[in-house]
Design a protein around this ligand. Structure first.
Ligand code: NAD
Ligand code: ZN
Length: 238
């Protein structure tokens, strides 16, 4: 791995416009399980598939089931950013990382101090009323049932559910930052969700790097591939 780390160090320190595209694997070391990793939610047994319980279909037709899963598995109190989030925030401060595009909905990059974060799938802690559009934060809602607004409408979390599209402005901005970038680091994502993979062609820069515990379908396109924990790799970046 040392040879790859040396190469990575050189590339990072000689890039002017790095974009990091990440997923659930960025937050596993903060204690939030991923979906498809070894200990991920998809390897646990439920009566319904996680894809169904996080779908717009389930939300509209079985909101009790939706919210039971949501409050149990998608909301984590007292989690803190880990070294990966902090290291990326530091690269932004140094002026060499321009943007983080994340599939995560946990808000940990912002908590670590990153300013330019594009949340492809939204944020799990914010909600809006389906009837009057009033905004709510997770700390203001009761979690034991289907949460409702003062007007009586059902609250919907501000995340992209299975069966929904990514916000068009967020997609456009992600395409734009990728098109400007000279180095794309993809990390902690299985690259199996097409909201992320459909963005990859917009990157035409020099260095495409993948750091992920498991193999991804895009490994053969990358100039450096490291199958290791992101924390272990980023710790070695000077
Ligand atoms: P995924 O679960 O499909 O894949 C995660 C990948 O990260 C796996 O390939 C795994 O090998 C790797 N990984 C795990 N820990 C790692 C580490 N410490 N270092 C390096 N790699 C590590 O996740 P995905 O591709 O992001 O897709 C899952 C979807 O689920 C996303 O749409 C996301 O919105 C959502 N999700 C979000 C969170 C969160 O906000 N923290 C958590 C779970 C799922
Ligand atoms: Zn309302």
């Amino acid at each position: 791995m040392d040879k790859e780390i040396n190469k990575l160090n050189f590339i990072i320190n000689n890039s002017k416009n790095i974009v990091f595209l990440g997923g659930a694997g960025v937050s596993t070391e903060s204690g939030i399980p991923d979906f498809r990793g070894k200990d991920g939610l998809y390897n646990q047994k439920y009566d319904y598939s996680p894809e169904y319980m996080l779908s717009i279909d389930c939300f509209l037709n079985n909101p009790e089931l939706f919210y039971k899963f949501y409050f149990d598995k998608m909301i984590y109190d007292n989690v803190k950013p880990n070294i990966i989030h902090y290291k990326l925030a530091e690269l932004e401060k140094r002026g060499i990382l321009s943007c983080i595009i994340t599939q995560n909905i946990d808000g940990l990059h912002q908590m670590a101090g990153s300013k330019n974060v594009l949340e492809l799938h939204g944020n799990a802690s914010s909600f809006h009323c389906m009837k009057c559009n009033k905004k709510y934060h997770i700390k203001d809602i009761k979690r034991n049932t289907v949460p409702t607004c003062v007007c009586g409408g059902i609250l919907k979390p501000d995340i992209v559910l299975y069966g929904e599209m990514v916000d068009i402005d967020v997609s456009k901005e992600a395409m734009h930052v990728l098109a400007q970038s000279d180095c794309l680091i993809v990390g902690g994502t299985s690259l199996l969700v097409n909201t992320a993979t459909s963005l990859l062609p917009y990157f035409t820069g020099k260095n495409f790097i993948i750091i992920n515990l498991d193999k991804t379908p895009y490994d053969s396109y990358a100039s450096i591939v490291i199958h290791e924990k992101l924390s272990k790799v980023l710790k070695k970046i000077k």
